[in-house]
Design a protein around this ligand. Structure first.
Ligand code: MF3
Ligand code: CO
Length: 289
């Protein structure tokens, strides 16, 4: 699509195209001609969308903060679900997981060898030594945000602590590697390097994703790969980085009882941390954490 230089820019800024995204489009077209994968215009957020996603993220962060303050031994994962649901609704948001492709609850709670998509239940009681991922996603005025944190319940083994710690480091190394005019592969490469250095493996079957106007948008964010490969990153892209790191192999299976929960094939522990990030003109901004 070509725009007249004096027309208003496609991004909705109200500014003339020549003074807004013209140079940006030319740079992308050049990269595309050289064979690079470039993002389509519909995944580049404008100011209004960014503001909306930030508001959604603020609710999402608040929900995780409440969980962080209250989660403890003896609590059921259904109670965690209730905390997230009630807080989100009270703040004017909608829990994005609820009824998403049939998901029955408002949050994912994944314990020990569960990789992701654990379903809260009154029958699942947190016990000392458990590590749990609480994955919260929020819709506010139609805008989506997504983040997850790990929590350690009571006395946790040194090896479990180490896994949780290294997985968080993987996330932050991935965020540091995310730069405008860099590549998606830069993120996956550093995550994979750090995880494997510790003898862990990176889950292949799930990845991060574009987020904001929908729950899951392009691109698929690999947590493994090679520097300089994959989609070019540009200002205005918003996506999650959410490495799932296993103590053993990366193989997993989906629990046949609920068709949702991913569990490690070798019963080894799995951890995950997730943030929603925005690529800016000069770096990266964390929105949901
Ligand atoms: N928060 C998860 C993600 O990172 C989404 C899980 S979909 C659900 O993509 F339905 F299980 F919630
Ligand atoms: Co996500």
């Amino acid at each position: 699509m070509n725009f007249n230089r004096n027309d208003k820019c496609w991004c909705g800024s109200g500014v003339k195209y020549k003074k807004c995204h013209l140079e940006f489009d030319e740079k992308l077209m050049e990269l595309e001609a050289k064979g690079y994968i470039i993002p389509s215009r519909d995944i580049i957020k404008n100011q209004e969308q960014i503001e909306g996603i930030k508001k959604s993220s603020a609710i999402n962060n608040g929900a995780l903060d409440v969980v962080e303050r209250s989660i403890k031994e003896g609590m059921s994962t259904e109670e965690v679900n209730k905390i997230v649901h009630e807080y989100t609704v009270a703040q004017g948001g909608i829990p994005a997981p609820l009824n998403y492709e049939g998901f029955p609850k408002s949050v994912c709670t994944s314990i020990n060898d569960e990789v992701c998509h654990g379903i809260p239940s009154e029958d699942i009681i947190l016990k000392s030594g458990d590590i749990i991922n609480v994955d919260v996603s929020t819709i506010c005025n139609g805008y989506y945000s997504d983040a997850s944190r790990m929590f350690m319940i009571g006395d946790v083994s040194e090896e479990a602590k180490k896994l949780v710690e290294v997985t968080k480091e993987c996330l932050y190394k991935g965020i540091e590697a995310a730069k405008p005019w860099g590549f998606l592969g830069d993120i996956g490469a550093v995550i994979q390097e750090h995880a494997e250095k510790h003898g862990y493996s990176v889950v292949r079957d799930f990845g991060g994703h574009g987020v904001g106007v929908e729950f899951h948008e392009d691109p698929f964010v690999y947590h493994y790969g090679k520097k300089g490969e994959g989609m070019v990153l540009v200002p205005g892209m918003i996506f999650t980085i959410e490495p799932m790191i296993n103590q053993g192999g990366y193989g997993l299976f989906i629990d046949a009882d609920n068709d949702w929960t991913a569990v490690t094939e070798d019963c080894s522990l799995s951890a995950q941390w997730e943030h929603t990030v925005l690529i800016t003109e000069d770096g990266v901004e964390i929105l949901a954490k």
